[in-house]
Design a protein around this ligand. Structure first.
Ligand code: MLT
Length: 394
């Protein structure tokens, strides 16, 4: 056999696995210490009551011969695709339901979509960014070029026509920096992609955290996006589905190249390699779009937004530079005392028992930065902030 030796070009373990190992080793060595986790962006509030009722009802359906379901449509049940379509429509975006594909989450689809693109595409990725984009393309041996996201450009790199890219990743609100593109900035990206014949892979996993109306919640709020952009979204952060697993990907029918249609290719790929998301989970996801579902998930999001304010206030008090936290659940801060990202990670873990995510794990421009998540519980967030204040004002 011949192995895919591209795997030799990625770090031995995935960023968040690496952090989990370090934290587990620390807790094993210090069982008496209470460690507060504000590292991986994992939700802590339970599923909304409307979602739970839908889950129970769907489980009951599975228990009766007349309503039992076996294999479902690989691309998702119409009831959920139509609900998502309604959600887009309510924000002025017109889609066809067969442009919406249900999946077990944005991370899987962001990796799987690469089946559609040949290995000799050049990929343009912001730095820093969610490590999945770089790792999945490195596994496939694609050439990656980086665009700098720094404090100077407010962590929002804009297109450079002297750069030729085929596949472009944008994540807005950004993981990890929390920076979010306005509709007019995204329009520039869409114009660039259409001019270059490139595709934009747009990760909108954090769109529900946008509070500022001038910022885009979907790339389809721009003109011309349907010929160049695929949008990925997830119920993980919107409705607490990190453990329940459900997401969706919008693949417009107007994206085509070399006589092939990308929507048809994705349908072919999914029907071949995927058997769909469980019926009961899709029913749970559909409940998110009911009136009470929307009210309940918004109440949960408001709790995380308040956590973000608590962390941001702490940074203000300590005089630590940070961004994010306003239209995003992440606070992106400059490591104090000139520490590197991993040095600060160790310092915070060892002296305050608080876990965060080292910025360097998101790319070279993340060095010297650190990410804290607002998805912790209120108690953990408040205690972590109190410990950070105590440590850094010593
Ligand atoms: C993160 O912490 O960056 C996210 O939780 C990772 C993910 O969504 O896969």
């Amino acid at each position: 056999m011949k192995l895919n030796t591209n795997f030799a070009d990625i770090a031995e373990s995935y960023l968040f696995s690496d952090i989990a190992h370090k934290v587990n080793a620390y807790t094993a060595a210090h069982p008496e210490k209470k460690v507060l986790r504000l590292g991986i962006g994992d939700v802590t509030l339970p599923l909304a009551p409307a979602v739970i009722s839908a889950l129970h009802a769907a489980v009951d359906e599975m228990s009766r011969k007349e309503t039992f379901r076996g294999y479902g449509p690989e691309q998702g049940y119409d009831f959920l695709r139509d609900s998502i379509n309604g959600y887009y429509k309510s924000r002025g975006v017109e889609l066809d339901s067969d442009e919406i594909f249900i999946s077990d989450g944005a991370k899987s689809d962001l990796g799987n979509i690469l089946d559609l693109f040949s290995a000799d595409n050049t990929v343009l990725v912001p730095d820093p960014v969610y490590p999945v984009y770089v790792d999945t393309n490195t596994m496939a041996g694609r050439k990656i070029i980086y665009m700098n996201a720094t404090a100077e450009n407010s962590f929002l790199p804009m297109p450079d026509y002297s750069v030729d890219a085929d596949v472009i990743y944008l994540c807005s609100p950004n993981n990890p920096t929390g920076a979010a593109y306005s509709v007019s900035q995204l329009q520039e990206w869409v114009d660039y992609a259409n001019a270059k014949g490139a595709v934009i892979l747009y990760d909108a996993a954090y769109e529900c955290f946008i509070t500022d109306d001038s910022l885009a919640r979907s790339i389809y709020q721009t003109k011309g996006a349907k010929t160049c952009a695929i949008e990925f979204c997830s119920f993980s952060k919107t409705a607490g589905f990190t453990g329940t697993r459900c997401g969706y990907t919008v693949v417009p029918k107007a994206i085509a190249a070399q006589g092939m249609n990308v929507n048809k290719m994705w349908l072919r790929r999914q029907t071949t390699k995927f058997n769909g998301v469980p019926y009961i989970v899709q029913r749970a996801a559909a409940a998110v779009f009911t009136e009470e579902g929307q009210r309940q998930i918004k109440a949960n999001i408001a709790v995380y937004q308040q956590n973000a304010r608590i962390i941001a206030d702490c940074m203000d008090e300590l005089g630590i530079w940070y961004t994010g936290g306003k239209n995003s659940p992440y606070i992106w801060l400059r490591c104090p005392k000139g520490m590197t990202s991993w040095k600060f990670f160790d310092y915070l873990l060892e002296n305050a028992g608080v876990v965060g995510t080292p910025g360097a794990g998101f790319g070279k421009n993340g060095e010297g930065f650190f990410r804290l998540t607002a998805f912790g519980s209120r108690e953990v967030t408040e205690e972590a902030v109190a410990r950070i204040k105590k440590l850094l004002s010593e």
